[in-house]
Design a protein around this ligand. Structure first.
Ligand code: NAP
Length: 260
C-alpha cells in the first residue's frame, strides 16, 4: 500500500490533454496526481506531479495497481488510437471499483474543399495509395510504417518524432524528424517543397497537428484518413475543465484546495 495518505488520481497520458490535466491538478493541495506513460517516446515531456513509465501488465496488472497506489479515480486521457489501454482501463476500473472518465478530443471532420478517403486500417490505406499516389507524406507513428514499405513505385516522406528503428525496407523514402505543433505555413511549405500528392494520417483530432489538413485543402492534396478505433462506452468529456469538474466531487472535500 502506498504510504501517501492523500487521495490519488491516475492520469493515463501520452497526450497534450493528459499533460494539461496534470498541470491543472498537481497544484491542488491534498491530491496526489500520478501520470502514466507507456514509454514509447525517448524523451517525453515530464508532466507536473508524479510520473510512472511503462505498461501495467494488462488489465489485471492495472487492477492490482489501483488499490496498491490508493487510486481514487482514473482519467483515461490516452490518444484516441491507444485503444488497448482504453479497454484495459475499463476492465481494471470495473474490477477494482474505481471510477473512470475518458478525456478525448473530438475527431476531425471534413469541411468543404477537403479530399479525404477514410480507411479502417493501414493495409486499406496502402491499397488506396497503390491505386493512385506518387509522392506521399506519411504522418503516423514510427511503428506503423511496415504496410507501406512494399509500395516501390511511390516516394515517401516519413515524418515522426523519433527515428524509425528499424526503418522498414522502403524503395524510396526520406525521414524527417519533427515534433508538432506545426503551423499552416510550415505544412504548406513541406507539402509544396516535396511535391506531395497524398497525405496519410489518422484522425487524432485537436489543434496541435491539424494544420496539415488545412494545408492539404489549400493545395488540393488528397488525404487518406484512418478512422478511430472503437473504445469502451464510458462517461466522456472533451476538455480538461470538464475532467476537473468530474474529478473534484470524487475526491474528499478536505483534499482540495490551493497549495502553499
Ligand atoms: P495501446 O495500444 O492502447 O496500448 C498498448 C499497451 O501499452 C497497453 O496495453 C499498456 O501496456 C501500455 N500503455 C499504453 N498507454 C499507456 C499509458 N498511458 N501508461 C502505461 N501503459 C500504457 O497504446 P499505443 O497506441 O501503443 O500508445 C501508447 C501511448 O502513446 C499511449 O499512452 C498514448 O496516449 C500515446 N500515444 C499514442 C498515439 C497513437 O497514435 N497510438 C499517438 C500519440 C500518443 P500494459 O498492457 O502492459 O499495461
Amino acid at each position: 500500500m502506498h504510504a501517501d495518505e492523500r487521495q490519488a488520481v491516475l492520469i493515463l497520458g501520452g497526450t497534450t490533454e493528459g499533460y494539461a490535466l496534470a498541470g491543472t491538478l498537481a497544484p491542488l493541495a491534498g491530491l496526489r496526481v500520478v501520470s502514466s506513460l507507456a514509454g514509447r517516446t525517448a524523451s517525453p515531456r515530464h508532466p507536473p506531479g508524479e510520473l510512472r513509465i511503462g505498461g501495467f501488465g494488462g488489465a489485471a496488472g492495472l487492477a492490482a495497481y489501483l488499490p496498491a497506489e490508493r487510486i481514487a479515480a482514473v482519467i483515461d486521457a490516452t490518444h484516441p488510437f491507444a485503444a488497448r489501454m482504453g479497454w484495459n482501463a475499463a476492465e481494471a476500473c470495473r474490477d477494482a471499483g474505481v471510477p473512470l472518465l475518458r478525456l478525448e478530443r473530438p475527431a476531425w471532420t471534413q469541411v468543404p474543399g477537403d479530399r479525404w478517403e477514410e480507411v479502417d486500417d493501414w493495409d486499406e490505406a496502402a491499397r488506396t495509395l497503390a491505386a493512385r499516389a506518387r509522392r506521399v507524406l506519411l504522418a503516423l507513428g514510427r511503428q506503423e510504417l511496415a504496410p507501406f514499405a512494399g509500395l516501390d513505385d511511390i516516394w515517401f516522406l516519413i515524418r515522426s518524432v523519433d527515428a524509425p528503428d528499424p526503418l522498414p525496407p522502403f524503395a524510396q523514402a526520406e525521414v524527417k524528424l519533427a515534433r508538432g505543433p506545426f503551423t499552416l505555413d510550415d505544412e504548406r511549405d513541406l507539402l509544396r517543397t516535396h511535391g506531395i500528392d497524398t497525405l496519410v494520417c489518422k484522425n487524432s483530432g485537436g489543434t496541435a497537428t491539424d494544420a496539415k489538413l488545412a494545408a492539404a485543402r489549400l493545395l488540393g492534396v488528397r488525404v487518406v484518413m484512418r478512422r478511430r478505433p472503437v473504445r469502451p462506452a464510458l462517461p466522456t468529456v472533451a476538455t480538461v475543465a470538464a475532467a476537473v469538474a468530474w474529478l473534484l466531487p470524487r475526491t474528499p472535500p478536505r483534499s482540495i484546495g490551493p497549495s502553499n
